[in-house]
Design a protein around this ligand. Structure first.
Ligand code: PGA
Length: 249
């Protein structure tokens, strides 16, 4: 049985004041009695706001998490944040291998897999992101690229640990561009990824990310292998995030 999930990725946005308002609205509209039924909603926030998020969302139906994690459990790694630290703040999720980290921070699939392993060891659920560039799509390389990215995780973690992960398909050309994959394009890649997941595919949620908004969420989430979304820009406004979450219910 695959859980439906909608996860907000705030990226490097927010301030204590703005977050208080947004988290309060999320708690009220998405975390209480009127919450969307049958969908797990979460927000992944910048590290400094984890304590604020924990305080604002504790006792609601909402979960929270971070956007990156160290592959190491502790040690002399200046600037890094370890998975057990995230766990101490009640985080359930951590995004690993987002395309922005692969592109701007040189993260390889091997490092992404190591980060996923570190997250799992601390009891967190890693959200493993995969996705192709426009050039790769146009040259017919989509399956080779996303299959390759996922394979490293499969080999490193094994299917039993992989079954405790979430996978997010985020075509790079659709992230923050306003240009989403069509539901059919998303479905084709999700079905491919699920086949790759083998028996773990029966339980792993495969989320779609890339310009999901209220106007396209329902059509994307209606696809049989799309189990929800990883939401960037539309997670920063409750007026957008709420309908996206409800579209998954
Ligand atoms: P977007 O970002 O919804 O703003 O396109 C999604 C993501 O990068 O996770």
């Amino acid at each position: 049985m695959r859980a439906k999930r909608v996860v907000g990725n705030w990226k490097m946005h927010g301030s204590l004041g703005r977050n208080a308002e947004l988290l309060g609205e999320c708690a009220r509209r998405l975390g209480g009695q009127d919450r969307p039924v049958g969908v797990e909603v979460a927000v992944c926030v910048p590290f400094p706001y984890l304590a604020q998020t924990q305080a604002a969302l504790a006792g609601t139906a909402l979960a929270w998490g971070a956007q990156d994690v160290s592959a190491h459990a502790q040690g002399a790694y200046t600037g890094e944040v370890a998975a057990p630290m995230l766990a101490e703040f009640g985080a359930r999720y951590v995004i690993v291998g987002h395309s922005e980290r692969r592109a701007w921070h040189g993260e390889t699939s091997a490092l992404v897999a190591a980060k996923a392993a570190a997250a799992l060891a601390a009891g967190l659920t890693p959200i493993v992101c995969v996705g192709e560039s426009l050039e790769e799509r146009e040259s017919g390389m989509t399956e080779t690229v996303v299959g390759g990215q996922l394979s490293v995780c499969i080999e490193t973690l094994g299917l039993d640990l992989l079954a405790r992960c979430v996978v997010a398909y985020e075509p790079v050309w659709a992230i923050g561009t306003g240009r989403n994959a069509t539901p059919e394009q998303a479905q084709a890649v999700h079905a491919f990824l699920r086949r790759r997941l083998g028996k773990a595919g029966d339980v792993v949620s495969v989320l779609y990310g890339g310009s999901v908004k209220p106007s396209n969420a329902a059509a994307l989430f209606a696809m049989p292998d799309v189990d929800g979304g990883l939401i960037g820009g539309a997670a920063l406004s409750i007026e957008d995030f709420e309908p996206v979450c409800r579209a998954c219910a």
